[in-house]
Design a protein around this ligand. Structure first.
Ligand code: GDG
Length: 496
């Protein structure tokens, strides 16, 4: 390992990009987990002495830093109590439901908050220890919102970025949070605070104005210096995340994956239409709404199980959090009812899978499906929608996409739906089934152009460019945003 304070580019995220695998009778080893973020950041890491700080995924274990595929990995230990309070508690039972428009009720507990502060400090300290003078530190996501300020206080020489993968809620909702000012101040320690959608960035700016009175002009926020010097300018704007589009297309073009897609359709009894849902089993994903729409279409005889099958992959998630246990029961009860009511000896209505699958199998499923159903009630981006599009090199398939996802800002040629409007959702399903091939292809082609161009490399390059730019810019970044200009003027008058 290099000596301390030697890393020019440091990523800090709750989870490391490696998993520790412990075989039943063998020695534990580290497995690289090839998520989109890792794929996008690997080249940057390799080119510029990079390190990744995060939790290894197992409680009460301490690991020495090590190299994995050219990345310096720096594990941060979490105890069972940290996991209960900081992770399952404050992150996943306070912030997650609050930031997703209180679809489920957030719980607030002071001991969870205390643990969140302590664990954030631990992650910040790890970065303080290894970041070189003037290094770039990029902090990821809602579990670590206090880290930017902690870093700036300890190491004013650093350039600090933060990216929020989930939505940032409107002020009326955000203001519930007992620690709302501390979180906003925590984020404002960064030079660039990135969000998925313009709406998230403007919700954040509004929260800043309301809670701190700092002057904002989208996408800039003027923040007083901690040492009483000249104010800093923080850039808070949208950087919609994407996927490694080319690798999805490349997988989809493999003959063995196409053969597997045909096998999947055969296994389902070759219905005319295969519909697909792929989600972590999470209450934000609107799985119940999609089941309700499908169940009603079968009940009304507008669809039959001989013609249409729904494949639902619900990958296990946060299984120790109460709301997730309850959701699983509800979904599985509904699936059982629909299958019991409408299934025949030869055809099931819903092919339901509570598993995670290898990426190859996911791509085969994308290819095997005529319709992809994304009915999230609120979703930062929704990568599944983009993966479906990237995989369809045949320019076929229809994407039904909730307007409450970040992806719907870009994928305008999908069939955009409001998942709360069950009749509208049912009509969209029928429209997708009946859509002529020419129209399917026209829509898919347009969406593919976009997803292949705006891939995750472009996303990370855009964010890092903005981050490198902040130190040097003399002028505010003037995005063409008339509402922002108006707010800026109003704020100016107020601050006179
Ligand atoms: C958060 C935000 C934002 C799922 N099941 C399997 C599997 N997956 C993969 C999908 C996709 C990823 O997991 C899920 O990404 P999403 O974007 O759909 O949703 P979240 O997990 O909630 O992610 C979200 C994202 O962060 C990125 O910023 O878009 O809004 O909530 O890549 O393919 N992959 C495999 N097997 C599975 O069974 N291999």
């Amino acid at each position: 390992m290099k000596t301390e304070k030697d890393y020019d580019f440091v990523v800090v995220s709750n989870r490391l990009p490696v998993d520790r695998v412990v075989p039943a009778n063998g020695e534990a080893f580290w497995k690289h987990s090839p998520g989109g973020l890792v794929t996008a950041l690997e080249p940057v890491m390799r080119a510029s002495a990079g390190a990744w700080i995060g939790w290894a995924g197992q409680p009460d274990l301490e690991f020495e830093p090590f190299y994995s595929d050219g990345i310096q990995i720096v594990p941060v230990p979490l105890s069972a109590s940290d996991i209960e309070n900081y992770y399952e508690g404050f992150s996943n039972d306070s912030i997650w439901p609050l930031y997703h428009d209180v679809i489920a009720s957030p719980s607030y507990h002071r001991e969870w908050w205390e643990s969140y502060v302590a664990v954030n400090q631990r992650f910040a300290n790890a970065a303080v220890e290894i970041a070189a003078q003037g290094a770039v530190v990029w902090v990821q996501d809602y579990q670590l919102q206090l880290v930017p300020r902690m870093l700036r206080l300890a190491r004013p020489d650093l350039t600090i970025g933060f990216f929020n993968h989930i939505p940032f809620p409107p002020y009326g909702i955000y203001s519930q949070l007992p620690w709302r000012t501390q979180i906003v101040e925590g984020l404002l320690g960064a030079d660039v605070v990135g969000f998925q959608r313009v709406a998230d960035a403007s919700n954040f700016s509004r929260a800043v104005r309301r809670l701190t009175g700092y002057v904002t002009k989208y996408p800039n926020i003027e923040v007083p210096a901690y040492d009483g010097g000249a104010p800093r300018r923080v850039l808070a704007k949208a950087f919609p995340i994407s996927i490694d589009s080319q690798s999805f297309e490349e997988l989809a073009r493999r003959p063995e994956i196409q053969a597997r897609a045909r096998e999947i359709r055969d296994g389902l009894g070759n219905p005319k239409t295969v519909m697909l849902g792929v989600d972590r089993l999470d209450y934000t994903k609107g799985i119940g709404h999609r089941l309700k729409a499908f169940g009603e279409l079968l009940e009304e005889g507008r669809l039959t199980v001989e013609d249409v099958t729904l494949v639902q992959v619900a990958s296990p998630s946060r299984e120790r959090v109460q709301a997730y246990m309850q959701l699983r029961d509800e979904i599985e009860l509904t699936v059982g009812r629909i299958n019991g009511d409408f299934g025949t000896m030869s055809h099931t209505a819903i092919s339901y899978h509570h598993h995670g699958y290898p990426r190859e199998e996911m791509v085969a499923l994308y290819l095997a499906s005529d319709i992809m159903l994304v009915t999230a009630l609120r979703d930062g981006m929704n990568l599944v929608a983009k993966e479906y599009v990237a995989s369809r090199f045949d320019n076929d398939g229809v994407l039904i996409l909730s307007e409450f996802t970040g992806a719907s800002d870009e994928l305008r040629r999908s069939l955009r739906i409001n998942p709360h409007d069950i009749d509208g959702l049912k009509d969209a399903i029928v429209q997708a089934i009946d859509m002529p091939r020419v129209e399917r292809q026209r829509r898919m082609r347009a969406m593919r152009n976009l997803v292949l161009r705006n891939n995750v490399d472009r996303w990370s390059a855009g964010f890092l460019d903005a981050l490198r730019g902040v130190g040097q810019l003399g002028q505010p970044d003037d995005d063409d945003d008339p509402l922002g200009d108006l707010e800026w003027t109003v704020e100016r008058i107020r601050h006179r």
